[in-house]
Design a protein around this ligand. Sequence first.
Ligand SMILES: [Zn+2]
Length: 236
Amino acid sequence: MTELLFRDDGYLPACSARAIEADERGIRLDRTVFYPMGGGQPGDIGLLRLSSGQSIAIVDTVKGPLPDEVIHVPLPGSALPEPGAELVAEIDWDRRYRLMRMHTCLHLLCSIVPGAVTGGQVSDGRGGLDFDVPGSSLDKEAIASRLNVLIAEGHPVGPRWITDEELEAKPELVRTMSVKPPRGMGRVRLMEISGVDLQPCGGTHVRNTAEIGPVAVAKIENKGRQNRRVILAFAE
Ligand SMILES: [Zn+2]
C-alpha cells in the first residue's frame, strides 16, 4: 500500500520515497505526492529523481486495482527503478497548483448553481460542471460575478471529520452536498469551504478561496434537455 501524502497536505511538491515495484504498467512507491486521476481531477505529472542522478519523467498518475494504490506512469522507453531504490518524487507543482485552484473553484460553482451535479472535469486552466437544470435559467455574468465575490472574500478551505451521529443530528450540514457521504465507518471526511460548501471529496484543494484568483464563465453549453455544462477559465 502507498502512503498518500497529498491526502493530508496538498501543498507538498516533493517527497523522498522507495520504489516497491516497477513494470510496463507503471511504478509503485511506498509513499507519494502524486495525485492519481479521479473525481474529475487529472493525475499529476513530474519526475522521479534517482540517487544515481538519473530522472524518470512521469507522464500520468492513475489508481491501481487495490485501494490506495497509485501507479506512476513513466514516459515510454524509460529505464525503470529497481525495487527498493531510493528516490525523490517531484510533481509539476505549477500545473498541480492551477488544478487545485480550479478544482476548489468548482466547489464554489456547485454552491451557487441550483440543481444536482451530474458530472465534472478539471483540466489545466479550465474546469466545468454539468447541472441537471431545465431551460436557459443560467446567467453567465451573474454566475461569474458571484464566483468572484466568494473568491475575493477569502473563505478558508479544509478537511473536516464528522461522526455519523453529528451528520444525522445536523442535516443542515449537508445542505449543499451533491453526493451522499459513505456511512457506517463511524466518521466521514468532508471538504469544507467555511460558510459556503461542504461535501465529501478526495481531490486536492487550496487553503483559501482567495488563492483561486479571478475567474470567468467561458461558456454554458446545452448537453441535453435538462443538462447544462458551465465551463470556467482563469481570468488572468
Ligand atoms: Zn474537491
